[in-house]
Design a protein around this ligand. Sequence first.
Ligand code: ADP
Length: 425
Amino acid sequence: PPTHLSLGIDFGTSGARAIVIDPDCCVRAEVKSAFAEVDPAERASVWKTTLFELIGDLPIDVRAQLTQIAINGTSSTILLCNAQGEPLHPAVLYNETCDPEDLDLLDAIVPLGHTVLSASSSLAKFLTLSRQTDFSDAHALMHQADWLAYQLHGCLGISDYHNSLKLGYDPAIETYPDWFQDEQLRFLLPLLPRVIAPGTPIAPVQPAIAQRFDLPPHCQICAGTTDSIAAFLASGASYPGEAVTSLGSTLVLKLLSQTRIDQAQYGIYSHRFGQQWLVGGASNTGGAVLQQYFSTAELASLSALIDPQVVSPLDYYPLLKPGERFPINDPDLQPRLQPRPDQPAAFLHGLLESLARIEAQGYRLLQEQGATPVTQIYTAGGGAQNLTWQAIRQRYLQASIKEPRHRQAAYGTALLAARGCKLMG
Ligand code: ADP
């Protein structure tokens, strides 16, 4: 008999992946595709082609049982579209920035410390686009995830409160703030998306798409999320006090909290997570510094030589260049990587020990700012596989480190499709 299968599609930084889960949250199918380097003008059409390729690559019996689909994109990857949903300019990526004058303009209007006051925020980048693009045909400001979901459901102008945070939407009051009425921003109001909770069904898949891919006509397309929140969802964390540390190129902490915390000077901000808040802080320290000194193979082999129960006396602050925001707010903070022992394993031990200290300091800071105390920590990113590091971290962290349920963002988005906003408590 047919079951209800849920599809999550992750559009990440280097490629896209689709994961299908059954009602027991077991993976039933998984396909992926890497992005080729393309001209900016081609980005959106490549995403669309990739979306349809991924769906088409799923086994036909799986497709025929899909009842929910959700998509995540990279945060602050944006497009301005006409009434037919066609982009009016090359898509602007998550890591691209606005013109400095647009940040100055926002600085004069928006409350101090707001998340839109960053050169890579969606709002700042839409302002830059408004001067570079003919706005006469403009109909909808969209994020990557909104636009890709639109390809499936066909309703323009809908987004979720995760993607829309850096557009300025306030998820606490469920509306756009009053400062959008400012005469320099007012022209954007008719273009802003209607915002709903991530995972909420938007509409059934368009008949032509259902037919093309053998999807059930009642298959619902749901509001999506961002890639980093999808990765958080994949871990299985769902209660206040549960956290995910990402040991990637940088060190990123995310903690589920009953309280919302926004402390711009530390780069701490909160996403709404159902009735809870997902509080995040990102440090400039992390795996990129390890990679500067060691290859991936050396990281594994040298870590095996370290006794994690022995405390390294080395006290570093590993940075690629001066400047830190979280958990120390000091734009001039200097990298501290001395003294350097002759033994490479002893040097690595000092680095891992120092990173563990900084991670613990980060969680302490979140708690000092009023976040729910940490009870459990899941680990994500390239450093998660390092069990020596895990044992060192466990000495510093009050909470126990747990194995995440899954590591792929696409799995988190599939859960979101399956459970809707109930997933977020
Ligand atoms: P990104 O944040 O760029 O997506 P990843 O999550 O893929 O990065 O993680 C890459 C990082 O993982 C690298 O910077 C590397 O230092 C780190 N890493 C990989 N293997 C190990 C290991 N065995 N021990 C510690 N760190 C590792």
